[in-house]
Design a binder for this molecule. Sequence first.
Ligand code: NAD
Length: 474
Amino acid sequence: MPTAYRNLIDGEMIETARTMDVVNPANESVIGTVPACGKEELDRAVAAARRAFKTWSKTPIEDRRAAIKAISAIIKENADELHRLLTAEQGKPHGQAMNEIIGASAMVGAQATLDLDDEINEDSDTRLSRTRRVPVGVVGGIVPWNFPVMMAMQKIAPAMLSGCTIVLKPSPFTPLTTLRLAELIKDAAPAGVINVITGEDSLGPMITEHPDIDKITFTGSTATGKKIMEGASRDLKRITLELGGNDASIVLPDADVEKVAEQLFWSSFANAGQICVAAKRIYIHEDIYDDLSKAIAEYAKSVKVGDGSQQGTGVGPIQNRKQYERVLELIQDAKDQGYQFLVGGDHDPSVPGYYVPITILDNPPEDARIVAEEQFGPVMPLMKFSSDDEVIERANNSDYGLAGAVWTKDTERGVRIAEQLETGTVWVNEYLHFSPFTPFGGHKQSGFGAEYGKEGLLEFTYPQVITVRKNANV
Ligand code: NAD
């Protein structure tokens, strides 16, 4: 019998008559059921969050910090149970699941230390003017399926610290670990501060358009982000959107082939390529293209694709059937067009589970679908370039602008290239490094606003300026 998971509304774990199944992508078996909430449950959750906001927004920040730190500790204490559940619903190998759980605990703990101090604008003989930060109110958080726990917690923690309350909706594909976590942390904050409700995609627009929600913080696809912006515009809700990407990695000719091959591989294939900032196009200088593409392909052959709960698995299944079919379609398109494969491409449909073989393409053209679109799966194109100007132009030739990387011994040249990339983050000689103290957000169609760091925290607040005239005639 699949386990029946419950939602968190107003400090209580609740059930609904209608439920949805959650499937393990490694074998397609149903492993849990979750409530299928509609307008009624959403209204209850929003009303609870509104009631809690009255006192939580006035609770001293030190007490809010303490609650967030308690949540960080609970996540860590329960990491063993949580990471197994995360692998079962998301597919990622146990080691990567544990990194997500421990990473979420550390990120939450670090976010609790951020400051929201007033800023003095003017302190002169005539006036004292300061900007204070007041919480926006009730937040609607909407989360995708690739890093369900990290994405949920990176919305809950800053909302709580700023004095907001939250109604969070996990992805219908990966709600289980978040719901188990909600049960574990439900007493760490007063009832109504954190509410977690599950439902189909149709619950998303209800949240976006709910008149008593003041802000939406969303992570997911660019297509959905546009709908959210439209829905939120009706009553001018504040929005933060973390969207898709088609990130370019640029490898300069001085890079050491043996040293970078493995790093480049994982920059693309961690979490089976289902990372918004995964390297989705790798441009290699023509002087080292043959050696490096061979080294990456050799390394790829040593990595096992399989069930994430089995020891030795490096790349798990794709998280859901829809995405699995999309990735297979991109591989089929590359075959139909006659592009060359260095590794992979052949897939066995008789095996249950959403497994896609590690696939690496050899220098497909710039207008190939696998280059121009966000693949979000274990398929990577390697491409040749000959000059810095050329590769910068090719890297920037995208509606996305999330992140990118440059690999070189000459860090000055690397930074010169990085500064010309039209993305919110560029790493030089590393990849996928996030810090709770560093803002993260996309340019162009990859996002709106930022998460993490002071900049991310301020998105949960309004500035309020209080100006006092000194020596006034009153
Ligand atoms: P998605 O947009 O399909 O779904 C994300 C969430 O939105 C889910 O909870 C879904 O139920 C909900 N939703 C669906 N339709 C909605 C609507 N009309 N209104 C409101 N909510 C709605 O995205 P996904 O397939 O779950 O995630 C993959 C995408 O997320 C990729 O494009 C990836 O690049 C992106 N992503 C971005 C970041 C980032 O930080 N920039 C991080 C992770 C993933």
